[in-house]
Design a binder for this molecule. Structure first.
Ligand SMILES: [Zn+2]
Length: 59
């Protein structure tokens, strides 16, 4: 049996299409792969959702 309770957190990784800067953040409802979303934090390019993944973390 599992001694620790584990939950799966969903994360979204955004990558700037201009400078390649990657930002990992918590998944938000409505996130869709390969869609331009937010403005890059280090240049004036646009960040695109590069991947969405789940990660098990200890509760
Ligand atoms: Zn950038």
């Amino acid at each position: 049996m599992f001694s620790k309770k584990k939950i799966t957190m969903a994360y979204t990784v955004e990558q700037c299409t201009k400078c390649g800067m990657q930002v990992k953040r918590k998944f938000e409802e409505g996130d869709i792969l390969f869609v331009n979303t937010t403005k890059c934090v280090s240049c004036d390019g646009l960040s695109m959702i590069e991947k969405i993944f789940g990660e098990s973390v200890d509760q």
